[in-house]
Design a protein around this ligand. Sequence first.
Ligand SMILES: Cc1ncc(COP(=O)(O)O)c(C=O)c1O
Length: 352
Amino acid sequence: MRNDQTQAAGTPAVVDLRSDTVTRPTEAMYARMRTAPLGDDGLDADPTACALEETAAAMLGKAAGLFVPSCTMGNLLAILAQVQRSEQVLLEAQAHMLHTERGAATLTGAFLYGIGGTDGAMDLDRLEDALRPGASPLRTAMIALETSHNAAGGTVLPEAHMAAVADIARARGIPVHLDGARLFNAATHLGVAPATLTAHVDTVSLCLSKGLSAPVGAVLAGDGPVIAAARRLRKMIGGTQRQVGIVAAAGLEAITVMGARLAEDHDRARQLSDGLNALPRLSANAPQTNIVQVDLGRTGRDSARWVADLDAAGIRTRPLGERRLRLVTHRHIAADDVVRAVAAFRACLDAA
Ligand SMILES: Cc1ncc(COP(=O)(O)O)c(C=O)c1O
C-alpha cells in the first residue's frame, strides 16, 4: 500500500497533508533497525547512535553531533548550553522556537525577542538596532535562524542573508544557532550541500522525522565543547536513552539516503499550489519547498469548516488560524493524491 497505512479493502487511502511528520520508516530503515549494533547510550555509548552523530556532524561541517529525541529538544539544548538566565536570543518574529516551542522561553530563563522580517528572514537593520549598546538591558547571547521557515510557508533563507547575519553576529562575538528542522529541504531548493548553509552558523538542529522519514529524532551539531555541554544537559532533562541505536539506525538511513528525493516533494507542492490557484476564491503561496498555505478568506467558510469538509472527502489538512490551511507534501503523497486533493477542494467550493 502506497501510504503504508491501514486501509479497508476498496477504500481509497487517506491523503494526509497535515505534516511531513506523518511519514513512516522505509523498508531500508526497518532493515537497518533490525541489524544495528546496540549499546547503552547512558552508560558507555550506543555504537549506532555514535555513528549517526559522527555522520551527521561531518555532513553539517561540524566537529560533533548529539542525537536527541526531537528537534525541539535540540533547539532547547542549544540555548541551555550557550545562553544564561536573563540573557536574550534574537530570532525572526514568526520563528518556530518563539511561537511553538515555548519551552525555550519558559524553561531556560532566557528572553526570546522576535525581530520582524520578510519570508522568514529578519530585517537586518532591525537586527542591528536590537544589538546597539543600550537597546536592551539584556545581553544578547545568541541569534537564531530558521530554514526552511515553517510559518512563512517553507521559504528558504537566501545564503547571502545567512552570511550577513553571521557577519553581524561574529563582529560581536555572538553565536548563531540554526533551527534546521527542514535544512535538507532548504539545501535542496538552493541546490547546495547542507554544509554550505551550516558554514554560516555555530550550532544546528536537524530533524530526522519530517521529510527524511525517520520515525524519531533530531541531531544537534556544533563544536566539541558546546556539544559536550549539551550532552550533559540532555541527561538532566531526561533525553538520554538506552539502546537508542534502534532509532538512530533509521536516522542514518534518513540523512544518507532520503535527502535525495526531497525535490519530488517540492514538485508536488508546486503542483498542489498551481491546482488550488486555478480554482475560484482560493489563493495559495508559490512554495519553494514542501509547505503550501491556502488563503480561504474569499470562500465564506472558516478553516475549521474546510478541515471538516475535506476530511469527509479523505483529505487531511490542518488549520492555520481561522482563514488559512496548511498542506505539506511528503513521501506518501503521489501525483494522483495531488489531483484528488485539488478535486476535493473544487467539490467543497461547488457545494458551498
Ligand atoms: C521549524 C521547526 N523547528 C522545530 C520543530 C520541532 O520538531 P520536533 O517535532 O522534532 O520537536 C518543527 C516541527 O514542526 C519545525 O517545523
